[in-house]
Design a protein around this ligand. Sequence first.
Ligand SMILES: Cc1cc2nc3c(=O)[nH]c(=O)nc-3n(C[C@H](O)[C@H](O)[C@H](O)COP(=O)(O)OP(=O)(O)OC[C@H]3O[C@@H](n4cnc5c(N)ncnc54)[C@H](O)[C@@H]3O)c2cc1C
Length: 440
Amino acid sequence: MGSLPESGTSSLDVAIVGGGIAGLTLALGLLSRGIKTTIYERGRSFREIGAGIGFTPNAEWAMKVLDPRIHAAFKQVTVQNGTDWFIWMNGGSEEDGAVLHKMYLGERGFEGCARAEFLDELVKSMPEGTVQFSKNLAGIVDEEGQDKVVLKFADGSSAEADVVIGCDGIRSRVKQFVVGEHFQATYTHKYAFRGLIPMETAYARLGQDKTDTRHMYLGPDGHALTFPVAGGKLLNVVAFVTDPDEWPLPEKFTAPASKTDAVKAFARFNPTVRAIIDMLPDELNKWAVFDTYDHPAPTFIKGRVCISGDAAHAAAPYHGAGAGFAIEDGAVLAYLLSVVNDRDKALPAEEDDGSKALLIRKALEAYNAVRLERAHWLVQTSRYIGDMYEWQDPIVGSDPKKCADEIDWRCRKIWHYDIDAMMKETKEYFTKQLEATGSS
Ligand SMILES: Cc1cc2nc3c(=O)[nH]c(=O)nc-3n(C[C@H](O)[C@H](O)[C@H](O)COP(=O)(O)OP(=O)(O)OC[C@H]3O[C@@H](n4cnc5c(N)ncnc54)[C@H](O)[C@@H]3O)c2cc1C
């Protein structure tokens, strides 16, 4: 990958809290626009938990807009689907192989990769010194009239920036600053068994057609997704079940589980699904699904501070779109901040009488206006589709036609979102904002 433009002449100094997919991709997008950017990450190194991840077509488009290097990084590690179709199967009937719905993915659409491999590729493009590790954000001070926003860390140190973007995930500290304590993600009463199966094993039992592209199996109180990762050497399995109980460890999203638990949970499924579960390793983890459905953040911004990715809109993973939406956020933010940066750079230093802060606030208002509704909709539809996949919607039930109709329009709304139109809307909104403040 090529080198990034020089950010030494940047007028803006951006702090990103959190180095997950949202933070890393946004940082690359800002750096590629010549904007000085620092990531503050509480971990001692980058770390992606979980096995596989897939990106929907809208996410790939947003990657190209945010920074083509992100798209190149993804393509470097992705596994091409054997066929260009996403296949939803009835996993709950004894009859094996009943296809509920198929959606054309387009050429190389919705491919999967191993999370760690994608992260490694992104990190390769990150200039040295961009990331400060072991920086656990404890608080933020953004006072009117003050030149900079102050970030305070748990180790007693602090840092300053013109704008702070919270990409600090589902338990976001920045979100607490933006909207307060109330808007926490809650347990959805579903969890997932996640595992990887050597492809040779999976292929021998399931055959090629069930291993080389995405398959979603619907059934009673559970559903399972499989897709190839790691250059096609592994089959990624995410098997969700409904859980009537409370999640025992609210601060921890994983808990130990065994294959026996998974076998029991999928006992009512057909032989294909039972075979998939049977191939999982004996010792498993279960992953709680939390989302912000019950407490959606009324806004993603406060002054010169905003939230993005799971910090802003943690969705249940059933559409496989949460990280993709973070990249959509990033495309909007990077564009807006590049406009602010260019405008502020053009101003003589003596004329910067708070206009930079005003521009930043207006830019974040535009971000909020463009992103809030779609992001909250993802949270809603993800919650819904999880229930529907598990035959819990009283109207749809296990009716194949009704299931297919719900899947179709919801996926289309995600996958076929026009990223160029989103960018146009962003530009128009911001231009109007600037005109209204006399800054155009
Ligand atoms: C089972 C499952 C499957 C999924 N599959 C898909 C999929 O196929 N496709 C898709 O698009 N999405 C998928 N998602 C959703 C996707 O994983 C998330 O939306 C995405 O990873 C969120 O990225 P993020 O950077 O916003 O947050 P995170 O990945 O949570 O990163 C947050 C970062 O912030 C750091 N941090 C937290 N607090 C602080 C602090 N106080 N100070 C400093 N740093 C801090 C953390 O250490 C972490 O590095 C899935 C989710 C799950 C659970």
